[in-house]
Design a protein around this ligand. Structure first.
Ligand SMILES: Nc1nc2c(c(=O)[nH]1)N[C@H]1C(S)=C(S)[C@@H](COP(=O)(O)OP(=O)(O)OC[C@H]3O[C@@H](n4cnc5c(N)ncnc54)[C@H](O)[C@@H]3O)O[C@H]1N2
Ligand code: MOO
Length: 414
């Protein structure tokens, strides 16, 4: 590689992923597994449904008895038992007999169809003595939900490597599973660098700004399944980064995410103090050109993201998030992307892939469009506009300008 050729995003990401070691699996209750990554397939512990059960409130019948029932020629049956949900009973049903049954109750072995209350003359109001069936069930098995039709004991509901969200955990619970084996949460330290940074809300003197990257990066890290074990700000002089790495290691951190102090100035504290453990490179992306990455001897990953807030946000998406997911053995390391037309045009940097924060206009459901979320275009300092961003439009390095109506790749991040 020539000295001035910038690395591609893929090259830099490959260097990062090469250093990732998978975290151990741990067994956690299903109730505590939201956002965790499965490391063993999820298998059903019981059938779903657990037993043949009624899909309707009504009567369990012998199809033969009611198959010809109509308004003009109703079938009359005697109700011989009542089955609320949860009843353990399996009452016999003789010719001309029926059992009142509620949705979810086990269907008696002797029944082969359900007649809903709506198909009888008396409905619920007159459902415990003689009943008059005015309409035949469609077929044998009508309104019966069969045991195991959704899943059977031992069948795989989910493969390893997927994130457990509410729907997946509901399926686990429905399958009688009470705990799952998931990856340990990566422990992350978030370290902001810069002598100009002040805790938000404090009075600002000339030259000072509110510190926002730790909020950004801690939130993104947690969103990627990590546990933030340390969050601090260090100045541009001294050995703050090295002390932060030591503190993070003592806390068992798997990764330290620095922001700021990685480019070409006189006070690049991350670059100046961690040069032995980290490599500092330029990546053909905008924002996010200056990147630092490395690891301690103990394998703690060290990310040196550029300090501009949009640069830090984009860099997290393309390098840190995939690494945190890979540690958790997640199969899919990347955000979903769509291809959408641009609602307005914008300029793009030469020879660098652009990641521009965008808002999606969904007013026409058949034609979503995107527009830059930041008023000043792609400026990496425009932290306020991030509030409106829900995605990044990704424009290839070869493209110089996006025109209104051009289709762009859009990486969804919220
Ligand atoms: N001569 C050159 N100058 C710069 C280059 C270059 O190639 N040559 N690259 C520019 C690019 S691109 C970027 S991006 C920045 C990256 O700089 P650093 O990573 O060293 O970041 P800092 O200088 O420390 O800060 C940049 C900017 O961001 C603000 N900042 C930093 N940390 C925070 C924080 N935690 N919360 C809020 N804002 C933060 C900081 O005040 C600066 O305004 O370098 C360019 N320069
Ligand atoms: O590459 Mo910098 O990250 O443009 O702002």
């Amino acid at each position: 590689m020539s000295a001035d050729r910038l690395r591609t995003v893929e090259e830099q990401r490959a260097i990062v992923l090469e250093r990732v070691r998978p975290l151990d699996g741990t067994r956690v209750p299903v109730a505590a597994a939201l956002g965790r990554t499965l490391v063993e397939p999820l298998r059903a512990a019981v059938d779903i449904p657990v037993f043949d059960n009624s899909a309707m409130d009504g009567f369990a019948v012998r199809f033969e008895d009611v198959k010809d029932a109509t308004d003009a020629a109703p079938a009359r049956l005697t109700v011989v038992a009542d089955l609320p949900a949860g009843s353990p009973l399996d009452p016999p049903i003789g010719p001309g007999e029926a059992v009142r049954i509620m949705t979810g109750s086990a269907v008696p072995t002797a029944a082969d169809a359900i007649v809903p209350f709506e198909s009888t003359a008396g409905g619920l109001a007159d459902s415990l003595g003689e009943i008059t069936v005015l309409a035949a069930p469609r077929e044998v098995g009508a309104h019966i939900r069969r045991r195991g039709e959704d899943a059977t004991v031992g069948s795989e509901l989910l493969p390893a490597g997927v994130e457990l969200r509410a729907l997946q955990l509901a399926a686990a619970a429905a399958a009688g599973v009470d705990d799952v084996v998931v990856a340990r949460r990566p422990r992350v330290a978030v370290v902001s660098t810069g002598s100009e940074l002040v805790t938000p809300g404090r009075p600002l003197e000339r030259g000072q700004i509110p510190e926002s990257n730790s909020q950004l990066l801690a939130g993104l890290a947690e969103g990627a399944g990590a546990e933030v074990v340390l969050r601090l700000t260090v100045g541009d002089e001294g050995d703050g980064p090295a002390r932060a790495v030591a503190e993070a290691s003592a806390l068992g951190a798997d990764a330290v995410v620095f922001s700021g102090g990685v480019s070409a100035g006189a006070y690049e504290v991350v670059k100046n103090t961690l040069a032995e453990a980290m490599e500092f490179s330029k990546v053909a992306m905008q924002p996010g050109k200056p990147q630092g990455f490395g690891a301690t001897d103990d394998g703690v990953l060290l990310f040196g993201l550029p300090g501009n807030p949009v640069s830090a946000a984009v860099s997290f998406e393309v390098f840190v998030r995939p690494a945190l997911l890979a540690m958790q053995t997640r199969t899919d390391l990347h955000r979903p992307t769509l291809r959408l037309p641009a609602a307005t045009g914008w300029r793009t940097p030469p020879e660098r892939r652009q990641y521009i924060p965008v808002a999606i206009d969904r007013s026409d459901p058949a034609r979503w469009t995107v527009r830059p979320a930041t008023a000043g275009g792609s400026g990496s300092h425009l932290a306020g506009g991030l509030a409106r961003a829900e995605a990044y439009a990704i424009v290839p390095a070869e493209v110089d300008v996006v025109e209104t109506g051009d289709t762009v790749d859009v990486m969804l991040v919220s």
